[in-house]
Design a protein around this ligand. Structure first.
Ligand code: SF4
Length: 279
């Protein structure tokens, strides 16, 4: 059932082609590790190259621990792993950035929250790493729960333009590696069961900043809804897939992509968010 759904998602959304080079964003958590295993298994039937990319955000007591299973599973599956860090890319760890924001800004400001900063830097770092490894596709371990949560968060914040770019940027650029999410229709619970059945030993450690996320509130709300009205998360995901094309068309009209004057990477206007945060 698990493999069948995984393969169907890849096939239906035309995510992969024979001979492509696929970089997997591998954090060492259950989703990305299961994604690595599933892609490694698919690779036996549809030949493509696989490389793992691990981003070390620099979160004391957290990332170093999840990097252990990430390295071990790459060795077990004989997949090359490349490690990139926030420190190398922007000169600061996430811990240092968070400490700086606490001093200079109000934590009520959403862009100053650790997960918002981390999200911006990780998206940038993964894309840069995928470009450097000459990947055609960047596979991300987002599951059904993640996607339904993101969709609801965007609705609750009244940000339809973010729904339009949930899967990939609205404007195409040769500097963006196309992202694929082969687990987007797989519930988180099934991924946990699959990891257990495959004997994948994981580090059960939570990011110290996780509690600050608005996502935590939405996750709880959706889990309660799913309990009372089974199928809620699939229905939210299907609504997203149904409206994605229309929204992308709407938000791409008249939009233009410029280059960040600091780093030269694509930016919707002026200095990109990565460079703003790195300063
Ligand atoms: Fe980054 Fe937030 Fe995830 Fe921690 S919980 S790794 S800060 S996005």
């Amino acid at each position: 059932m698990f493999d069948k759904r995984f393969r169907k998602t890849v096939r239906m959304a035309k995510m992969l082609r024979k001979g492509e080079r696929v970089a997997v964003g591998l954090s060492g958590g259950k989703d990305s590790t299961v994604l690595l295993h599933s892609l490694a298994s698919l690779k036996k039937d549809l030949p493509f190259e696989l490389v793992a990319i691990t981003i070390d955000e620099g979160i004391e007591g957290y990332r170093a621990r999840t990097m252990v299973p990430a390295k071990r599973e790459c060795e077990r599956l004989e997949i090359e792993q490349k490690i990139f860090s926030f420190k190398e890319l922007c000169g600061k760890t996430l811990d240092e950035l968070v400490a700086g924001s606490e001093k200079s800004r109000s934590q009520k400001q959403e862009s100053a929250l650790p997960c918002s900063q981390c999200g911006v830097l990780r998206r940038y770092a993964l894309n840069k790493a995928a470009m450097e490894t000459k990947a055609d596709k960047l596979a991300i371990g987002h599951n059904l729960d993640d996607m339904a949560q993101t969709m609801m968060m965007n609705i609750m914040r009244a940000e339809p333009s973010r729904i339009a770019r949930m899967n990939e940027p609205v404007l195409k650029s040769g500097r963006f590696v196309q992202r694929i999410r082969p687990l987007m229709l797989t519930p988180e619970k099934e991924i946990a069961i699959y990891a257990m059945l495959k004997g994948i030993a994981l580090e059960h450690v939570e990011c110290p900043y996780a509690g600050s996320a608005f996502r935590g509130h939405v996750r709880k709300m959706l889990n309660e809804s799913e309990e009372r009205y089974p199928g809620t998360k699939f229905k939210i995901m299907n609504s997203f897939l149904e409206m994605e094309g229309t929204l992308r068309e709407r938000y791409s009209k008249g939009a233009s992509l410029s280059l960040c004057p600091e780093c030269g990477e694509p930016s919707s206007k002026g200095m990109c968010r990565f460079c703003q945060l790195s300063q």
